[in-house]
Each structure stands twice: as C-alpha cells, then as structure tokens.
Design a protein around this ligand. Sequence first.
Ligand code: FES
Ligand SMILES: [Fe+2]
Length: 370
Amino acid sequence: MSTSDYLNNAWYAAAWSSEVGRALLERTILEQPVLLYRKEDGAPVAIGNRCAHRFAPLGMGKLIGDTVQCRYHGLRYDGTGRCVLNPHADGMIPPRMAVPSYTLAEKHGLIWLWMGDPHKADADTIPDFSCHTDPALAFVGGVIEMKANYQLITDNLLDLAHGEFVHEGVLSSEAITRSRLQTIEQGTTIYSNRWMPSGEAIPAFAMIFDGHRPGQPVDQWAYMRWDAPAHMLLDVGITAVGQSRGEGAWIYGTDILTPKDTCSTYYFWGITRGYKIDDPAAGMLWREVIKQAFEGQDQVIIEAQQRMLGAQSLEQAGPVMFASDAAAQRARKRLAELVRKDAVPAPQNPDLSALRQRGAQSRSPILPAV
Ligand code: FES
Ligand SMILES: [Fe+2]
C-alpha cells in the first residue's frame, strides 16, 4: 500500500480532545509524522513532526509560548509550521526551513485532521458523533494501537458474527450467530443491522439490564453505521423478549479507525451510555469490558490475521466469503471507489435520536416490533 491508496480527502481522528493540551503529542497519520498541541488561547494545531534541519522529531522538543523549539539545534516553529527563529549564525530563515501544517477541526470531543486538498475540508462532512458530548449521556473512551491494517479492523466491526467465537464470556452469545442481518446503503453511509430475537443474553449486556434474569432469553440488537474511511457508530442493546428497545438498556459504541501506516492503526473507541450517567463505576465497568474484549480478544486475532497476510491485502490473498461478510465487503467497495475518484465522503448524518427512533419504528422484518 502506498500513500496514494489512502482516502486523502477525508477527516481522520487524530486524538481525543482531552489528549491534547500544553504538551507535545506525537502521532503518525497516513504515514506522515504529525505533532499536536494547543496554543496559549486553547486552539489546537497540527504541524509536521520532522524538523526541516536534520529531521529530529519536534515532539522531543519544548513548547515555548505558541512555538515549538527543536531539541537538537533549537530552531523554533510556530503553529503554521513556519520557522520563526534560527538561533545560529546570522539567523537566516530560508523558505524551505518549514514543516507542513494541517487543517484541523475540533468536533464531538475529537480533533480531526484533514490531509487532502484544504479547499475541500468541510467540517460538516464529519459523521455525527455528537453523543460523545451530549450532557444527557455519559461517555468513556480511549485509543488502542493495533498492528493491523485499518480495513481488517473495519471488517471485524462490520461482521459482529465473530462475537460468539472471539468474545467468549464477554460479548459472546449464540444469538449473534443466528441473528437476522440487514445491510442498507444510503449515499456513502452503510448500515449493518443485526437483530437477535429471543436468545442468550450477551454477558456484558446482561450486567447492564436490570430486567434480565439468568437463563431467561432476551431480544438484543446491534446496528452499526459506517462512514468512509473507517468511522463507525454502533447502537447496541438488550430488552425483554417482545418489549420495545426503549424499555431495555442500550449504549452507543464508537469505533473510529485512523491508519498510522499500512500495518498499524489507531483505534479510537468510545462507550456512550444513557443510564447511571453520574456513576463513574458504570464507566469503569465498560473500560474493563473494552480492555478484555478489544485488547484481549479482537486485537489478538486481528493482529494474527495481519501476520498471516504479511504484505498482501485481503483482496490479493483471495478470501472465501459468506453471507455475513456483506456489509464489510460493501464498505471495502465504497472506500475503493472513493479512493479511485479522490472524492470526499458524504455521510447521511441523520440526527442520532432520529436514528434510534427510526430503528425502533421500522417495519423492516428484521427490526424489533414495538
Ligand atoms: S534537527 Fe532540528 S534544529 Fe537541527
Ligand atoms: Fe469484536
């Protein structure tokens, strides 16, 4: 994969807002070294992290006011990437003594980076993750680095059929494997809706649903929304058999993937809940579930899968597919089209509460009757 294989004209999550402050944060995004920090007025900036002089990482340097001083020979750069101080000899600053600067947007609790044509950067095309900052909801999140191509992680998230096998004891249930699945495409947004009627409760959901009695079957759902390049939001929950979704317990799961390079990915995960919003223990419980399920289970199998593929892409290796791969395959196809056309994704962005409503009231046979 070369940098031309990435979708350039797209927003990528660079960091959670809470990760960026008056300290230097180094990230590699689409194979480019990036340095993030906040100016004294709180505005976030992202500049290249490779000094123009002898290429030392600026992240090892010092933040002085709104400028970064390189640790090696002390050149200073401002938030636009311009060198503003050369402490040596005559202090000459030739035009090439500069690092790139990147277009940023701070939205939904994340700092988003645009590496494509700056004239095409429109923050309205960032998919709706407003649940992260909704005061009526509670949020916990983090970032995991996985040694795998980001599209392998997308495949995993759009194909939750792995739950029964990968997530034993945490997110497993026979109900996942025999669930009814529907894939819907609207513009460049894909929905993969999984309805799991009358089945064994997924352990992590049994814990949050007061109405659950051990051994009793429940209705469960997992509706995933995907936007290019790899921005996913999952509406997932549990309710008593035949009851409406609103009477059960549910969360939004955030899965936003940013390619670091061909074989490694920043995985920005989040859990937004509408229950026990003032109880930090409820958030800690989800942190523990994510640690076990994502780091202890998904990461292990996906990184092993990447090692098996080596430098080959999934397509080059020629996989054998079955029905539950439909959404993942469509996402790969949409993404390849966007990359080929060098286009900007156009998410549908329906209001999130409307999205939940629509799912609850849909006449689609796979969705729960209310
Ligand atoms: S490498 Fe940065 S000032 Fe020399
Ligand atoms: Fe998983």
